[in-house]
Ligand binder design. Structure first.
Ligand code: ATP
Length: 350
């Protein structure tokens, strides 16, 4: 099922939690709503679910305007961070619940409900545990039951709100891979809320990056990572450093020295963004140059914090692991890939 969010605004007591948000979710895709706390991810998810009504704007499910429809009418599968399983019901009963409570006309037979629930428990790799109660399962297993329960009603759209947020890192990583596999097999249109960029980058077909009630950028993980459209996205997805620079006749300067890169179309004050691994070490004056303030190992490389003129001018760069960089040694480099943004939050200059 395709979902279209059209110019949606949501206010709580006049406080705008979402400003004029528009988003097209394609049928069968897994899209992650990603952003810091308070950016409006859960509000957007709840609006899609029908748990909240928009203050303005519309939400379409396929061609149909669903804005005034109830949660049930929208046929939504929902999984929350805190496993909302029924404690007094077995795992099988939990998974069967959504079908059991259907009106008689659309309710499958008892045997059919049982068959489907067992099939779903097999899909989420919990066969054999159907007689247990939620308290007899691990956190990760409970979230798998929650997913099986959400899938049992054959939802048009599956909504997941930080489903792995309460689990430890290892289980989280396993469930992430597993969710992707299940999605590839079942093909449900899925909206996944997370504030964990690693999770979003690994799991999603597309990311919708949010900040302060607005959508900053929507795109594939590669596009959002490689072509961030705002300083916020550059800083929020992946690591980056930013420096205040000046552009004169196309050359980029930091303070009173050119740094060996240029941008013919730009001029005046700007902010230069680059990623720690997108740099090259160089000799000579036309470069960024700084003193090693600290260094730590990140995977197979050494991440070095360079002080290039005061606390506001610290940047991080990656060096080959065996680089003999001690504290206080001087390093010169140039960004290989970078982006210029105006001093205030506006679209990129280059
Ligand atoms: P988190 O990652 O912390 O869950 P989020 O990105 O999901 O954050 P939302 O829960 O959507 O953010 O909240 C967006 C803004 O709307 C926040 O400032 C929040 O305080 C506010 N808000 C959300 N729900 C309500 C409500 N029921 N009443 C009043 N304000 C609300």
């Amino acid at each position: 099922m395709e979902v279209r969010v059209q110019n949606v605004r949501k206010e709580f007591d006049r406080f705008p939690a979402l400003h004029d948000v528009s988003l097209d979710i394609k049928s069968g895709e897994l899209i992650a709503l990603l952003g810091p706390s308070g950016s409006g991810k859960t509000t957007l998810l709840r609006l899609i679910a029908g748990l909240e009504r928009p203050t303005a704007g519309k939400i379409f499910f396929g061609q149909e305007d669903a804005s005034e429809k109830s949660v049930q009418e929208r046929n939504i599968g929902f999984v929350f961070q805190h496993y909302a399983l029924f404690r007094h019901m077995t795992i099988l009963e939990n998974v069967s619940f959504g079908l059991e409570v259907r009106p008689r006309a659309t309710r499958p037979s008892k045997a059919e409900i049982r068959r489907r629930a067992l099939e779903l428990l097999d899909l989420v790799q919990l066969s054999g545990l159907e007689k247990r109660y939620p308290s007899q399962l691990s956190g990760g297993q409970r979230q798998r039951v929650a997913l099986a329960r959400a899938l049992a009603i054959e939802p048009g759209v599956l909504l997941l709100d930080e489903p792995f947020g309460a689990l430890d890192a290892q289980v989280r990583r396993e469930l992430r891979k597993w969710l992707r596999e299940i999605h590839d097999r079942t093909g449900h249109t899925t909206v996944f809320v997370t504030h964990d960029q690693e999770e979003a980058l690994e799991l999603a077909d597309r990311l919708c990056v949010m900040s302060q009630g607005k959508i900053e950028q929507v795109g594939t993980p590669d596009t959002v990572y490689d072509q961030p459209q705002s300083p916020f996205v550059f800083g929020f997805i992946g690591e980056s450093s930013a420096l205040p620079v000046n552009i004169e006749r196309g050359d980029i300067w930091l303070g009173d020295r050119p740094i060996g890169i240029s941008s013919p179309e730009a001029s005046g004050a700007a902010r230069l963004f680059f990623r720690p691994h997108d740099i090259e070490l160089v000799e000579g004056d036309a470069a960024l140059s700084g003193v090693v303030a600290s260094s730590r190992r990140v995977g197979g490389t050494r991440r070095v914090e360079l002080d290039i003129g005061g606390a506001a001018r610290r940047v991080e760069i990656d060096l080959p692991f065996d680089h003999p960089a001690g504290e206080r040694s001087q390093i010169s480099f140039r960004p290989k890939r970078w982006k210029l943004f105006p001093p205030t939050d506006q679209p990129p200059l280059s």
